[in-house]
Design a protein around this ligand. Structure first.
Ligand code: BG6
Length: 277
């Protein structure tokens, strides 16, 4: 019998969250039956490739990596179910996933680690609590982490993103040139791939599904990556439809501009809350 590959949190009222154990990728978040996340129609679910959409878990590297695949191995490893979905007294539903070092992870990154990823589904919110522990007695390691969230939107050109004004950003579409954001809201009308540093703890994206707003709150994630491949780069991706780019925007909370440095016996914690407003 094939091992379970997805876990569903069901809060009632057609409010659900589905996690694929491949990468502990959140592949669906429905609020009153309305899907909030974008997953490409051409996404590949072969248990090898990263899933194109939802919320891939980027760890321990963001971007190209000399020791392994782009964005690290966290999004291409099968995670464990630490705690199956359970209804809390509040009516909310919680599940916990975990990842530890393995021969596969050590072949790229020779450290012991233990990661826990706790998700709580509330009426209109999805909470993410992440902890990385370094169990070693003497080795320090450093890493990047990022939640690569693909939001579903009717038309990305009509979205405005707050919380970036005054922030320095690295523009990967301009050979990594560094600029400062002057706009109070950021809009997207072309290929966009920017790493904003020291961003606000809160972003609001307007005009997501049903014309609503999405609030992102983040803790211990100093950076925010904004990405949309637009037409030409969409064409270059085998697992992304040529005509899908208007229907998504990635707003990614992470710790990527500088690494997290984790001393032996210590833990790093970060969290995110997504809220449909
Ligand atoms: C973004 C990066 O976070 O992820 C982009 O800033 C990258 O440079 C994008 O193209 C998608 O990456 P991947 O590996 O999933 O194709």
């Amino acid at each position: 019998m094939a091992a379970t590959s997805v876990v569903v949190l069901d809060r009632g009222n057609n409010t659900t969250c589905t996690i694929n154990l491949h990468g502990a990728t959140v592949v669906s978040w429905r609020v009153n039956n309305q899907e909030q996340l974008f997953v490409s129609k051409q996404a590949i679910f072969d248990g090898k490739k990263a899933i194109r959409g939802g919320i891939p878990f980027v760890f321990p590297q963001f971007g190209p990596w000399s020791f392994g695949p782009q964005h690290g191995f966290g999004r291409i490893i099968r995670w464990n179910i630490e705690k199956a979905p359970e209804r809390l007294a509040s009516g909310d539903v919680e599940a916990i996933f975990s990842l530890m070092d393995s021969d596969f992870s050590r072949s790229m990154w020779n450290f012991q680690f233990r990661l826990t990823y706790r998700l709580i589904l509330r009426e209109k919110e999805l909470h993410f609590n992440i902890a990385v522990f370094n169990p070693s007695k003497d080795l320090t390691f450093s890493f990047n982490m990022l939640l690569h969230t693909y939001f579903k939107v009717p038309d990305v050109r009509r979205c405005q993103i707050t919380g970036l004004q005054g922030c320095t950003f690295v523009d990967k579409t301009r050979d990594g040139a560094v600029y400062q954001e002057t706009r109070d809201v950021v809009t997207i009308n072309e290929w966009t791939d920017r790493i904003y540093q020291n961003t606000s703890q809160e972003h609001i994206i307007t005009n997501v599904v049903s014309g609503r707003k999405m609030r992102i709150q983040k803790y211990n994630f100093p950076d925010t990556v904004i990405w949309n491949p637009w037409l030409d780069r969409a064409k270059d991706m085998s697992d992304f439809g040529d005509d899908e780019y208007p229907n998504m925007v990635c707003v990614e909370a992470g710790h990527v501009s500088s690494p997290v440095i984790l001393l032996p016996g210590t833990a790093f914690e970060a969290s995110q809350i997504l809220q449909v407003m």
